[in-house]
Design a protein around this ligand. Structure first.
Ligand code: CMP
Ligand code: CMP
Length: 251
């Protein structure tokens, strides 16, 4: 949320933040209410839940840890609070008012969304998303440059990010026979994604991904993938059958 701000803007935001202490079981945000601030967690944990259409009981969505922010959606999209946030214990929060948010953070977040708009429209996997939902993805993007020949992902490592190729080309290679050189199993061009498997299956990285030219990547962490791409999970799994072929024949 704040990664698009420059130093000066960050300082203005920090100055505007007010300490907000809450006790265990306090409801900080109630789904459906109007929202006039967002919160950053200083200490303590909170739970986020939401009542989905056709249901009466809330569904647990996620736990919030210190350092995370919530309550930004109502300010970004001028919408009612989309979920309920309750304190699991006594917490220290930092509250940011709507005015500062509108003047400083919203513009930067807006610029960020515009910057990625064109790229996002080229990503096939996002074609089915509402343009509005798609624009939210930009808030979660982290940019990374990887020079030609370097590894973006290493087989066997723990993976916490999904990558999208914004510029350049890359290939996936996989060790099909123990002790032998990895074999090329996939090629990637602009708009392609990889690194989804470890996140969806909760397993280690199943292949290497190597930059075959200088690459500009955007990554999304596990939490953002779950929150923002949850509804696309079936689409994200569409390469799994291809992956299985390599495992079945070679290992
Ligand atoms: P806001 O709608 O202002 O208030 C509720 C907050 O819950 C929301 O902003 C987000 O910060 C947070 N939240 C976390 N996960 C979700 C989700 N899946 N849907 C909606 N809000 C969520
Ligand atoms: P992940 O296992 O997270 O990290 C390596 C990525 O390489 C993997 O996700 C897929 O996105 C991609 N990949 C391409 N080809 C294969 C393959 N044959 N088997 C497994 N992963 C593959």
């Amino acid at each position: 949320m704040f990664s698009a701000l420059d130093e000066n803007e960050k300082n203005i935001v920090i100055d505007a933040m007010e300490e907000y202490k809450i006790s265990v079981n306090d409801v900080v945000i109630q789904e459906g209410d109007q929202g006039d601030c967002l919160f950053v967690i200083g200490s303590g944990t909170l739970s986020c839940s939401k009542i989905f259409p056709g249901k009466t009981d809330p569904t647990f969505l996620k736990a919030y840890q210190p350092g995370e922010a919530f309550g930004e959606l109502a300010l970004l999209y001028n919408a009612p609070r989309a979920a309920t946030i309750t304190a699991n214990e006594d917490c220290l929060l930092w509250k940011l008012d709507r005015d500062t948010f509108n003047h400083i953070v919203k513009d930067a977040a807006q610029r960020r969304r515009e910057k990625y708009e064109q790229f996002l429209s080229q990503v096939k996997i996002f074609e089915t998303m509402e343009p509005y939902e798609r624009s939210k993805l930009a808030d979660a993007f982290c940019e990374k440059r990887v020079p030609e020949g370097q590894f973006i992902i290493r087989e066997g490592e723990t993976g916490n990010e999904l990558f999208l190729l914004q510029e350049g080309n890359a290939v996936a290679t996989k060790t099909l026979q123990a002790g032998q050189e990895p074999t090329q199993v996939m090629e990637y061009k602009v708009g392609d994604y990889f690194g989804e498997r470890a996140l969806i299956k909760n397993e280690s990285r199943a292949a290497n991904v190597v930059a075959t030219s200088d690459c500009l990547l955007v990554s999304m962490d596990r939490h953002s993938v779950k929150r923002l791409l949850g509804p696309l999970e079936e689409l994200l799994k569409r390469n799994f059958e291809i992956y299985e072929k390599y495992t079945a024949s070679g290992q």
